[in-house]
Ligand binder design. Structure first.
Ligand code: ADP
Ligand code: ZN
Ligand code: ZN
Length: 854
């Protein structure tokens, strides 16, 4: 007998371990590591993943239940991914099933459906009586089993219905016999009806009729010779079959040869071909032409980068590179040529780009070089399209996967290269469980494949940059010594000697003093005017984060806040109401101040809509494309706006962060930043870093081609070092200053963090648990081996957003160095608190390496 270890689809602490099942003979050979299976678990059949196979039973073999079904002919996960899931659940403290499910496409997540059918042997209402089941179960309760007549009739009609229909979905049956729910339940309990649960995929594969030519061409030739001269249509088909070995869609064949299906069918009967249903892959890029591109002659800096990476690819050495190249230095060409090298060696490549940079323009650069070898995975595809792209990877039909964060789980088996573009982007961290960072997952996977990782950015995250050094500010980066974990390659020049754009900083306080109350400084105003005159284009960035439009009373200072969350409400102009972005609460715009009844209550802050309006007032006739969450919800809208802008159907592209990333428009010669310091005021130690990155990225959109670029940054705190360094394109000075401050304050990358957030409806309960948890953690930190760097515990304190959806929130922060036992300690302490936390319904979430501290 062979046994399988299965992780079942119940995300809870108690069930977070593999369960043993027997592989029944009928399924032997089908169950592999990584298979999705249906297994009996208590009274139900649940989905699970096979994570191990073994020959001997570890518990009483007779009590082990058999696997009920296998969901796929080919396991969706590879053994490497199964192993990776273990690493993920340990590293990020999540359940094994949560880690496994993060790796498969949404279409494969189990959907459970319940069906009701007549009990075995029940073929008519009469036979149900003969079976004696009418007298069984609950019915014995009414004496001799005498039924009220109406009830009998109802029973009969329900039985007749399910006998005629076969298994009926439970909810459908309840809908059909409305008001009879209790009766149906009784019939289930008495055994006339039985209920079964079926695991369904969320999505079916698309099947098409496909013609498979007979592989024995001689048989075809022999048949062809015997055909009468007037059988022209049959001849056409046979000639086609002799020329083609590949299967062809029936519809395509009929269209090409201009004939009817009956001809093909008759040939199928003669054994010349087989017609079968086969999988069809939906192609989201169908009908779109990608112009093929050839490798470019590399610049000297590109060549140095390429040579280093190529060497490790050839030697099959696992290494991580940071490719730090200024905007426009040609990082993409380095990616393309190293990918080519990888493919030439018969290996595969994964490319991650941030979701909002995954534009058709971006995809085109990869499809143009590698054509059909590329699968694209992003969230704007439908679930079906995504699933098909994923299946192409699993089936080995493509060798390059490009996508956002979760594409890191592309089920390749021969990975040679993983590229993460714009590696500093916080969207590479998933904010819900499993709270993984794609960068760490990439390095883990690359290690298993002896593959190379390339992290690319003009403004690397401090964590990544730090790891390219052996020591900084007198602190060794790795306690264990050795060479830096990441190798740095720098590309400091733009391609073709193009200059970096000139950046001007405008002090908005001075504008106000000079009597300019507009959101456009005189400098930015005249720069836009010039562009309109010269028919060149402008990109305007408005960073909305932490700067949304809120409603404030000018008389008393009252700010409209959400009654359920401690956060101010956001004003939505179109619907004229106030909304909470955390819980969805909405109310009408107030006419007078609820506190002091003053009429001087109005909305503040600068939303994209407001900027658009003002542009229209200042420059009558100006054509503006606005891109923000409101205008890009519709599928394809993102692309539509960018294409319009590229076709010069607008003078200005105005938007949030979306306009800062990776866009490359030849006629953009001006970039304006409406207010640079909006992020600076956030309660986040990364505020300076985020500001520097955003300004550098957006400035990089200007003057990328023949026309020189200009950048105008407006700010209320122009002396801030992150704004100053960004204006001089000076990453090195910025990073040294920022690192010095992080060291002083004890923040990453000089330590690592684990954020523990607790929430509950009542503050006292929360305080009590929070204190106890922090103290227990501190005891463990103190008990760590003497002299060893252990970990520090801060808090509990109220979270920066102290209440969401009527639940109060407290947090503890654990600070540690790489080699400490902090994660194990947190895991153990949380487990020991389980019994105290559960009865009170306190929610605790753990975030390892948090990106957002709210
Ligand atoms: P980055 O990603 O570093 O900002 P890109 O890869 O977008 O830079 O390159 C900027 C521009 O330079 C693109 O238009 C690209 O086609 C062009 N380019 C890149 N490498 C070369 C090269 N070796 N020779 C000529 N043009 C190049
Ligand atoms: Zn007021
Ligand atoms: Zn709210």
């Amino acid at each position: 007998m062979t046994y399988a270890k299965v992780i079942v689809d119940v995300p809870s602490k108690e069930t977070n371990r593999p369960y043993d099942y027997v592989i029944p003979p009928k399924l032997s050979g089908w169950v592999e590591i990584g298979s999705r299976v249906g297994v009996p678990f208590g009274p139900r059949i649940l989905q699970g993943f096979v994570v191990g196979l073994h020959q001997e039973a570890e518990v009483d073999a007779a009590r082990i239940k058999p696997i009920a079904e296998v969901s796929d002919s080919e396991p969706p996960l590879t053994p490497e991914l199964v192993k990776l899931s273990r690493w993920m659940s340990k590293t990020y403290l999540c359940h094994d099933i949560t880690a496994l499910q993060a790796m498969i496409p949404g279409a494969l997540k189990a959907k459970y459906e319940r069906y009701i059918q007549a009990a075995e042997g029940v073929t008519s209402p009469q036979s149900a009586v003969e079976h004696g089941v009418f007298a069984g179960g609950e019915m014995t309760g009414n004496g001799q089993g005498i039924l009220f007549e109406s009830e009998t009739l109802e029973r009969e009609s329900i039985l007749r219905y399910v006998i005629a229909k076969g298994p009926v979905k439970t909810e459908q049956l309840l809908l059909k016999f409305e008001g009879q729910a209790t009766l149906i339940k009784q019939m289930l309990l008495s055994g006339q009806l039985t209920e079964a649960q079926v695991i369904k995929d969320r999505l079916s594969q698309k099947k098409v009729l496909t013609v498979y030519p007979n592989e024995n061409k001689n048989e075809i030739r022999a048949y062809l010779d015997k055909l009468p001269a007037n059988a022209k249509r049959q001849k056409d088909v046979l000639d086609y079959l002799l020329l083609h070995h590949e299967p062809v869609k029936l519809a395509d064949l009929l269209a090409e040869l201009d004939l009817s299906a009956s001809t093909v069918k008759s040939l199928a009967e003669k054994g010349m071909l087989i017609i079968r249903e086969a999988d069809e892959f939906r192609n989201p890029y169908e009908g779109r032409d990608f112009t093929p591109t050839l490798p470019m002659l590399l610049t000297p800096q590109q060549q140095i980068a390429y040579d280093a990476i190529r060497q490790d690819l050839d030697d099959r050495i696992h290494r991580t590179y940071l490719l730090q190249g200024v905007t426009g230095s040609g990082k993409t060409e380095v990616y393309l040529q190293t990918i080519q090298r990888t493919l030439d060696a018969g290996r595969e490549a994964i490319v991650l780009v941030p979701e909002i940079s995954l534009t058709p323009q971006m995809v085109e650069r990869f499809k143009g070089r590698f054509g059909d070898q590329v699968a694209v995975l992003h969230s704007r595809l439908s679930q079906g399209e995504r699933y098909d792209e994923w299946r192409k990877i699993r089936a080995g039909q493509v060798t390059v996967a490009i996508g956002a964060r979760s594409a890191i789980f592309a089920p390749f088996t021969k990975i040679g290269l993983i590229i993460i573009d714009e590696e500093h982007e916080s969207s590479y961290k998933q904010e819900e469980s499993p709270k993984y960072h794609a960068k760490r997952v990439a390095i883990e996977r690359a290690c298993a494949h002896d593959a190379v990782v390339v992290l690319g950015s003009a403004t690397p995250s401090l964590e990544t940059f730090y790891q390219t050094k052996s020591d900084l500010h007198g602190v060794p980066v790795r306690l264990s010594g050795g060479e830096p974990a990441i190798r740095l390659i720098t590309m400091s020049e733009r391609v073709a000697g193009r200059p970096m754009p000139e950046v001007k900083i405008v002090d908005l306080r001075e504008e106000l003093k000079a009597g300019n109350r507009s959101m456009f400084s005189r400098e930015l105003y005249s720069a836009i005017e010039t562009r309109l005159h010269k028919k060149e284009q402008t990109v305007l960035l408005l960073n909305r984060r932490g700067y949304s439009t809120f409603v404030m009373c000018r008389s008393c200072g009252f700010v409209a806040g959400c009654p359920h969350c401690d956060i101010s409400l956001t004003y939505h102009q179109r619907s004229r109401n106030l909304r909470c972005h955390y819980c969805g609460y909405a109310e009408r715009e107030p006419e007078v101040c609820p506190d002091c009844k003053s009429e001087h209550i109005r909305f503040f802050g600068t939303g994209t809509q407001k900027v658009e309006e003002e542009l229209g007032k200042l420059f009558p006739g100006i054509r503006v494309i606005r891109m923000d969450v409101d205008t890009t919800t519709e599928k394809g809208s993102h692309e539509k706006w960018l294409t319009q802008f590229r076709n010069k159907e607008a003078d200005v592209l105005l938007g949030t962060q979306m306009v800062a990333k990776g866009l490359d428009f030849p006629d953009v010669t001006l970039v304006g930043v409406i207010a640079a310091d909006t992020v600076l005021n956030l309660p986040d130690f990364r505020a300076g870093e985020k500001t520097f990155q955003l300004l550098t990225q957006v400035a990089g959109r200007a003057g990328r081609h023949h026309l020189p670029g200009e950048v105008v940054i407006q700010s209320y705190s122009p002396e801030h070092y992150s704004i100053e360094h960004a204006s001089r394109h000076d990453y090195d000075s910025f990073v040294m200053q920022e690192l010095g401050m992080r060291k002083e304050r004890g923040y990453p990358p000089y330590c690592r963090l684990i954020l523990i957030t607790m929430s509950h409806e009542h503050i006292p309960v929360l305080v009590q648990i929070g204190e106890a948890l922090a103290n227990t953690l501190r005891e463990r930190a103190g008990a760590a081996r003497e002299g060893e760097p252990s970990f520090e515990v801060m808090g509990p304190v109220a979270s920066p957003i102290p209440r969401i959806k009527d639940r109060y929130r407290f947090q503890c922060m654990v600070k540690y160095r790489e080699e400490s036992a902090a994660i194990e300690a947190v895991k153990a302490v949380l487990a020991s608190f389980e019994s105290r936390v559960k009865p009170h319904k306190i929610q605790i979430s753990v975030d390892v390496d948090p990106q957002i501290l709210m």
